[in-house]
Design a protein around this ligand. Structure first.
Ligand SMILES: [Zn+2]
Length: 405
């Protein structure tokens, strides 16, 4: 069967530019061109905008549970980790299998428009789950947990992991300066001493960054991931984000897990915009925010030739949002779960409004109907069954607000 189709008569934010009354044609999972297909065309006139599907560059899928855990503000992540493991929520979460919890994480991301996520955890932990998920979890990375004497010793050591990243052209991902004790505040100096700061380096949190640290990060062209929700919940502080942006660092926004972060990437960007406004009394631009969940994380994770923007030859990962086509960036920043109208990965629709039934009908995946924020959607797989299994395992009618069925 020829799987080629196009979506037409829609505003497209690539997001480098905005195309009015445009078309996009997908064939064999990739963007063929920006024209109507002769095989099959779907006109989507109305209040819709088409973006590349979103990238969530920082999550811990095994932490996808509710409610949030912890009583901050903490001095660093370590006492939080202790509270986590003593908590009733943690015990309850563990009544679910790791595969179940990974599915919560994948669907949490999918219904907020994300098709690509980074799960910060060693390969030996997530390898067995990520191929069974409905979305893409980045497989190629090297890592450290963070950089202190008390970190969790993930990977083969900072120097070895960073060197491997450079040799294999991969990202080297690490939490950094997530706290204000001496060890945390020395994070950038430690990475510098290990020669582990380069354009391969992806730094998460950085709430302790000094101006000097920010200068070094910019000089080494390291990438930064901002997690404002998690930072404010745990520490009542976040990174000096304006200074980091002004230094020219490639900045993305990530959710962290819902154990500390916002419920999904949509809540996270809105929260980030609010925090930025409170800190600096100026507005963080909607256009920049959209880049922080598309092109910027694609660059940081070295997948920009395939993902992050809509260009001929790239993977057909698409997101259609309900909103005002005259204000495409603002529409995405203000989008709520009900506004996520269609999510496509490599040409295949995974989730979306029932009005796109015709598109879903051309694929042989198994879809089920769910109602999210009062809107009927199709979703790949059986999300209702996943929720029913969870409720059986915990023994009561548990709600997971990031999956509001
Ligand atoms: Zn994290």
């Amino acid at each position: 069967m020829n799987d080629e189709y196009s979506i037409s008569d829609i505003t497209i934010a690539t997001p480098h530019k905005v195309l009015k009354d445009a078309s996009i044609c997908i064939s064999e999972g990739r963007i063929k061109d920006f024209a109507r297909s002769k095989e099959r065309d779907y006109e989507v006139s109305g209040r819709y905008i088409l973006f590349p599907a979103l990238i969530n560059p920082h999550d811990h899928l095994f932490g996808t549970y509710h409610p949030k855990i912890g009583e901050g503000p903490y001095i660093c992540w370590l006492p939080w980790d202790y509270d986590l493991k003593q908590s009733e929520t943690y015990t309850e979460r563990n009544k679910n299998s790791p595969m179940d919890v990974y599915l919560f994480g994948a669907y949490k991301n999918l219904i907020s428009g994300v098709t690509t996520v980074h799960d910060h955890i060693p390969h030996e932990v997530n390898d067995k789950y990520i191929d069974k998920l409905p979305i893409r979890v980045i497989k190629e990375y090297t890592l450290a947990h963070e950089s202190s004497v008390y970190d969790l010793k993930w990977g083969d050591g900072i120097d070895v992991e960073h060197k491997r990243a450079v040799e294999k052209d991969l990202p080297f991902v690490t939490h950094i300066e997530e706290g204000f004790d001496e060890e945390s505040l020395g994070g950038i100096d430690t990475l510098e001493a290990y020669h582990a700061l380069s354009d391969h380096t992806v730094l998460i949190h950085g709430i302790g960054f000094s101006k000097k640290d920010i200068g070094i990060i910019a000089k080494r062209k390291a990438n930064f991931i901002w997690c404002p929700g998690s930072n404010m919940f745990m520490f009542n502080r976040t990174a000096k984000i304006k200074e980091i942006l002004e230094a020219g660092v490639n900045v993305s926004i990530g959710t962290d897990s819902p154990a500390t972060g916002e419920l999904n990437i949509l809540d996270e960007i809105r929260f980030g915009k609010k925090v930025y406004g409170d800190m600096y009394e100026e507005e963080l631009s909607d256009e920049l925010i959209v880049h922080m969940i598309t092109t910027h994380p694609a660059k940081a994770f070295r997948i920009e030739k395939e993902l992050g923007s809509l260009e001929k030859g790239k993977k057909g990962d698409l997101l259609i949002v309900s909103g005002d086509p005259k204000k495409p960036y603002r529409s995405l920043v203000n989008a709520e779960l009900k506004d996520i109208a269609l999510v496509v990965m490599e040409g295949k629709p995974l989730y979306g409004d029932v009005r796109f039934e015709e598109i879903f009908g051309n694929f042989k995946e198994e879809y089920t109907k769910v109602t999210i924020e009062g809107t009927e959607k199709y979703v790949v797989g059986d999300l209702n069954d996943i929720m029913a299994t969870m409720r059986k395992k915990v023994g009561f009618n548990k709600e997971l607000p990031f999956l509001p069925l």
